[in-house]
Design a binder for this molecule. Structure first.
Ligand code: ADP
Ligand code: GN1
Ligand code: MG
Length: 379
């Protein structure tokens, strides 16, 4: 938790000074650490005498995002486009798009002398995120949220957005990084490490499944969110309905299958990514059915036959890929996922994802049947 400790030791005055760089109305009454994101440092700023009750203040992790100004550029292109699209939206449902709050001198971010990169984002009021999902209604809403998000960007050409994280979700690249890490690793052997090594070894030849489909043209390059895990979806606190997809840092050209897989791998694991009971982790197909129902209700107009064919692979691959990323990061000493609470944290996170992958594999038939039935139901 090096970064968090370092931030907590900053005086609140420092954070107030940073928040004051942005064009926020009224007086700042409180600033507190907020949310459970793995990458950025997020704060909730509470205001008085202001039309905005709160704003989100974030320090972008520049060890992960080397060109954070490009991230902000992408966010602006998206928010401008989606806000425009929303004006012609026929649905009367609540849907919110977070907006960038500019600095006092009209910039999208503020940097201090040491290069810390800060931004402010409008806070979506009367909404909350969850780290896990346990019921089908919420699962359907999570799927609806991703479908709505994809729908909003379905007419925005991919080349309008920059690649802000080279190799993100290119699973064969993660395998190369893993091989390089393994060549250097000096961790003592343990049954858990052996399990991970073996698990990766037996799936090596399959990791390019989505990249191959991209290269062959079976799956087109589109825009993706990149990180639609469950706690990046906000739900209305009164109605429980999904109202926004946040965390737009990895919005860039890619495959929508990375998003579909990531949404399902994260939402259908009711023990959550952070459980230490990794042997108990299961992929819950009932939740998957509801998510896909919600998703397809919004995405059916742009999904192709091939898109449906790769849904099962995308779920299996994204769980495996995240396990591989966590395990590699454990081997190299917690570089990307640096917010660790204990030495083996990234190892345990990897075990959770590998256990989830195994559970997905053993349920291939029912998962494929769900996809087939939902697709047939559209006819
Ligand atoms: P990270 O990249 O570290 O995951 P996020 O952008 O996802 O950071 O923010 C972390 C958490 O803060 C989210 O899971 C959510 O709970 C909360 N959050 C972030 N932005 C907003 C927003 N605009 N409105 C409401 N809550 C937000
Ligand atoms: C990170 O920032 P956060 O917590 O929403 C990560 C995702 C992982 C996720 C796993 C930029 O997302 O790729 O799937 O953790 N984001 C980045 O919890 O690496
Ligand atoms: Mg997040």
């Amino acid at each position: 938790m090096i970064k968090e400790i370092d931030l907590k030791s900053k005086t609140i005055d420092n954070l107030v000074a940073i928040a004051s760089q942005f064009d926020v109305e009224g007086q700042i009454v409180e600033i507190q650490a907020f949310g459970n994101g793995n990458i950025n440092d997020t704060f909730l700023v509470t205001l008085r005498n202001s039309t905005q009750k709160h704003v989100i203040l974030q320090r972008i992790n520049t060890h992960v995002f080397h060109q954070p100004e490009l991230v902000m550029q992408n966010v602006r292109v998206f928010t401008d486009h989606a806000t425009q699209r929303l004006q012609d939206w026929s649905s009367d449902r609540r849907w919110e798009i977070p907006s960038v709050i500019l600095t006092q001198d009209n910039r999208e971010y503020w940097m201090n002398a040491e290069g810390a990169f800060w931004r402010a984002i409008s806070f979506i009021e009367a909404a909350q995120s969850f780290d896990t999902i346990t019921d089908c209604d919420r699962a359907r809403e999570a799927g609806y949220a991703l479908g709505t998000f994809h729908n909003l960007i379905s007419d925005l050409p991919p080349e309008k957005l920059a690649v802000t994280l080279e190799g993100f979700h290119i699973t064969p690249r993660y395998l190369q990084q893993y091989d390089a890490a393994l060549a250097k690793h000096d961790k003592s052997k343990s049954p858990e490490i052996d399990f991970c090594l073996q698990f990766i070894q037996t799936r090596r030849n399959w990791v390019s499944v989505l990249e191959d489909a991209k290269i062959s043209g079976e799956l087109p390059l589109r825009l993706m969110h990149g990180d639609p895990k469950v706690n990046n979806v906000l739900f209305d606190t009164n109605t429980g309905r999904a109202v926004s997809v946040i965390d737009l840092d990895t919005l860039m050209p890619g495959l929508i299958h990375y998003d579909i897989g990531d949404c399902l791998r994260s939402s259908c694991n009711s023990l959550g990514e952070e459980t230490q009971q990794w042997q108990e982790v299961r992929f819950e197909t009932e939740l998957a059915q509801s998510i896909l129902q919600g998703y397809i209700s919004q995405a059916k107009n742009f999904l192709t036959e091939k898109d449906y064919e790769y849904i099962y692979d995308s779920i299996r691959l994204l769980a495996f890929e995240l396990g591989l990323r966590f395990f590699t990061d454990y081997l190299v000493g917690n570089v990307h996922f640096s917010k660790v609470k204990y030495a083996e944290h990234n190892l345990v996170r990897a075990l959770v994802q590998f256990q989830l992958t195994q559970s997905i594999e053993t349920q291939q038939s029912p998962i494929c049947a769900i996809v087939r039935d939902l697709k047939q139901g559209l006819k």
